[in-house]
Structures are given as C-alpha cells and as structure tokens.
Design a protein around this ligand. Structure first.
Ligand code: MN
Length: 513
C-alpha cells in the first residue's frame, strides 16, 4: 500500500443469490474474503481493498451502493459475480452509485477439477455466466465502468486493478479540488479557456479568482527570516554559481524576491485549501512595483516549479484546466519514480525520423523530470508586464517513454487527448536558459501531431514518465468524457473518423440513459 493513499479504500462486493441455499452463500463469502486478502497481500495494489460482503437482493445492493457514495474513504467499488446474480436486482443500486465502478471477471477456482467436479462445485464457480448477466445490465444502463478480466492471483490482473485504484484516488482528490487563478486567461487565447461551470459539474473541481491586491496581503506578512531560510534551501538543493550567493548583487536580490513570492503563493494556497493555481505574466501586481513594492518584481517561475514538485496543480497564462489535470497527474503517480510536469510545445526540430518537439515554458517546468541536478540561474526575461532579471531552475530531462495529456472544451463536452511520446537526448540552450524536454510523438511525428491538431489539443500538456494510456482511459471512463488516444497503433484517417463518430455519439449518449 502506498502511504499517500492510506486514507482511501476500494470496496469489494460479491454478487450472489439465495437460490443455492444459505450454505453456498457462506462458502462464497469465505472465498471472497480469501480473494480480497490475496489482493491486499499481493503487494501490487496501492490502496487497501475492503470486503463488503455478498449482495443477495435488490435492497442489499442498493444499501451497499448508497453506503459507498456516503463513505469519504471509499474511492471506488469492485464488483464480482461469483454466481448467477439475477441482474435486475442490480438496477437500483447501479443507478444510485456515484463512485467509480470496476467489474472484475474472475473466478475463485483457477482450473477445472475434471475428475471431481459436480453440480455443487459448478454452483460455486460460475462467474462465467454470472458476470455475463451482470455485464448485460451494466451495458443496458450505459453504466461507465472498467472491466478487468483474469485470474485474481495473476499479477497482470492485479496491475489493472492497481492502475484503476490510483485513478480513483486522483478522481476523489479532484472532487473537492480548488484551483485559484492569479490573473485571468491570457487575453484572446481560446484553447486554455472553457466552461468552468461544466468543469465543476463533470470533472469535480472548482475554479476561483484572486485579485493581486489580495495576494499582497499575504506578501506583506512574509517574514524576512523565512525568506532567508528558503534561499538557503535553494543554494543547498540546486547546482549554482557561487557568485549568486553574494548578497550585494542584483542576482541575489532576484533569488531572494523569488523565495518571497514562493512563500506568498504557498501561504495563499494553504490558507484557501487550494490544490492548484494559474498565473498570468501580464498580471503581477502594481506596474510600478520597483517604487511601490506592491507586486512581484518578476514572474514567479521558480515558485511554480517548486510548487509543482510539491503537488500543487499549475497552469500558465490562466490555464485552469491544465492546472487541475496536472494535479490529477501528480496525485495518481505518487510513489512512482519518473515525475510529471506541465509542459508547452515550444519549437520543432525537423530531422527525418527523429523529428522532435522541444517542450519547455518560459520557466515553469517541474524539476522532478530533470535528468541531472537542476541549476539555479538568473537571467533577463523580456516577456510579460515585468521585463526583469528572473530566477529559474534550468535543466534538460530524462530520456524514455512518457505520456502527454490535455483536456479541451468542445462546447458540448470535454475531450481528453492523450499522446504517447518518446523523450530523447536534448542539448543545452545557452541562449534560452529554461528547463526543457525533447520528444518524438507516437506513432510518428507527422501522425502524432496530425491527430493532436485535428482533435483540437492545446499547446499545453500534462506530462508523466510513469503512466500508460490505461490511466487516462480509466480517468475518462470515470469522468464519462470523450477520450482520444494517440499511440503506436494510431492510424491518421481512422483517428479522424473516430473524431467524427464521437460527435454523433456524444449528441445521443445522454438520451440513452
Ligand atoms: Mn504557455
């Protein structure tokens, strides 16, 4: 079990009925306990599975599902039909259930005991048809769910449950997520905007705005001694030029002010209970900050880098959808080694089969994805309202497989777009001293980018080295939103057809329920 998830539970409910007598149900109950203990003892699941007994009637199913809804620890429900569980008895319970659902198609007994099997044995091991009856009603109700198929002791089966469990935890985290925007969207930008009411309705999180005058209240309360201490942490944790430690220099002053900005933003986020934030380089407080002191004297890029490391969602230029999705990415990958970050498609490197995209941002990349110790540097940044020497962490990123995801608002629905990418060795950028990553989209640069463009994907994405598209498929299923996956199997024309088919599907889908 992962410590970060220790307050969560996944519930396990076994479908049965009383047709075969109470003795059979008692046996099923024993088998189920053994299976749940086996899952927990496998060491492969990040969240504890809690057995909730057999459900033998419509009332019992409804009671368990409403209990799941009302239990804050419960982030999802696994159902397994050990036996033929007439599925009309699941209708009311499934209609009530608002937590993520997983249908596990497995069987207590692994192999058929050919010489000894009798009807009693068969009655205890009949998931083969019990799960079909159950899956029918799930499909009839158009109930979103993950279906996992395989023997319960098989590591592959357990790994599918593990992925879903992580996504369930992140989904639960998003349901009371607050994102604070420091400044609005960057003017005129469409793809990072969207319907914040629909986002709360469909994806769970809430987006608020905080004026810079309110930020300054927190800014003024930051103690110099705390800033000094944080600057010392910077010099301890990051590679840097010794000259930066010279307190008489402008560079030192910029690092010190960056630390003050970090403490300010951190105080706001903690005080408000926010899990993420956005910034806007055109809105950093008083324009005459050098004289008035009422504002940040530089973009709080270093603060954003470090807050991302600590799990706060971040989106640049008011991009609240990316801030929320980054928080979800970070949350579900806790305890995994690779790291995740907000990234922006920066510039292209045409090079035949190795044609790649440089991913960076002005400053705001999470140092968790760095391939070596990040370097603290101060350079002039001439973009935004505050053209200034600006502190930042500079690095290139690890090589290997990763995945980029984004959510866009299509007007009548949210669309999740996901692309497998392969990160390759980059080069230092002496004249562009920012953190970066360099990747080739799957299946090829041309097809991967072509699909992303046709799907209307952002220039911002949430990137992770740790996950597969299975995580994002599970997320989209739970959220019940459109999911467009671009990977090594993707065909450009088929993908374009999928987009068109989806337009029709999402017009009709809700009316079928
Ligand atoms: Mn940007």
């Amino acid at each position: 079990m992962i410590k970060a998830f220790e307050n969560f539970e996944v519930w396990f409910v076994t479908g049965a009925q009383l047709l075969y007598g109470g003795d059979a149900v008692v046996q099923v109950d024993g088998h189920s306990k053994e299976m749940v203990n086996g899952l927990n003892d496998s060491g492969r699941l990040p969240i504890k599975v809690v057995y909730k007994g057999t459900a033998n009637s419509s009332n019992e199913v409804a009671d368990i599902m409403s209990a799941a809804n009302n239990d804050k620890k419960c982030v999802g429900v696994i159902t397994w039909m050990h036996t033929f569980s007439p599925a009309k008895m699941w209708i009311h319970g499934l209609q009530i259930l608002r937590k993520p659902l997983l249908h596990l198609h497995t069987q207590y007994n692994k192999q058929i005991p050919w010489d000894t099997m009798d009807m009693d044995f068969m009655n205890l091991n009949q998931s083969a048809h019990g799960d079909r009856e159950y899956a029918h009603i799930l499909s009839r109700l158009r109930k979103p769910r993950k279906t996992v198929i395989g023997y319960w002791q098989d590591p592959k089966t357990q790994d599918h449950i593990a992925v879903w469990s992580r996504v369930c935890a992140a989904w639960a985290d998003a349901q009371d997520m607050l994102i604070i925007r420091f400044g609005d969207q960057m003017n005129n930008v469409s793809v990072t905007d969207g319907d914040k009411v629909a986002a709360e309705q469909v994806l769970g999180y809430h987006v608020d705005y905080m004026a810079f005058s309110d930020v300054m209240v927190y800014f003024n309360q930051v103690k110099d001694a705390d800033v000094d201490a944080l600057v010392a942490v910077y010099f301890h944790d990051y590679a840097h030029d010794k000259a930066l430690e010279d307190k008489g220099t402008e560079a030192y002053k910029k690092i010190w002010n960056s630390a003050k900005a970090e403490l300010t933003l951190r105080a706001v986020l903690i005080d408000k209970g926010a899990k993420g934030f956005t910034t806007n380089f055109d809105d950093l407080g008083d324009v005459n900050v050098e004289e008035t002191g009422k504002g940040f004297d530089q973009i709080p890029g270093l603060a954003s880098q470090r807050l991302m490391h600590d799990g706060f969602g971040f989106g640049a230029e008011g991009d609240w959808k990316s801030a929320a999705l980054y928080r979800t990415t970070w949350f579900m990958t806790q305890g995994l080694p690779g790291g995740s970050s907000f990234l922006e498609d920066y510039t292209l490197n045409f090079d035949g089969d190795n044609t790649s995209i440089l991913e960076a941002h002005m400053l705001e990349i999470n140092p968790d994805i760095a391939e070596e110790k990040p370097r603290l540097e101060v350079h002039f940044l001439g973009i935004g309202i505050r053209k200034s020497q600006t502190a930042r962490l500079v690095f290139t990123s690890k090589q290997g497989h990763g995945i980029a995801a984004t959510v866009v608002d299509m007007g009548n629905r949210f669309r999740l777009i996901v692309n497998d990418v392969n990160c390759i060795k980059s080069k230092p950028l002496p004249k562009l001293p920012v953190a970066s990553n360099l990747w080739i989209p799957e299946p090829t640069f041309e097809v991967g980018v072509g699909c992303w463009l046709n799907a209307g994907g952002t220039h911002h994405s949430c990137f992770s080295y740790d996950i597969t598209d299975e995580y994002w498929r599970d997320y989209a299923e739970i959220a019940d939103i459109e999911c467009c996956i671009i990977n090594e199997k993707t065909d450009y024309e088929d993908f374009r057809k999928e987009l068109r088919f989806n337009e029709v599907y999402y017009l009709l889908n809700k009316s079928l329920r």
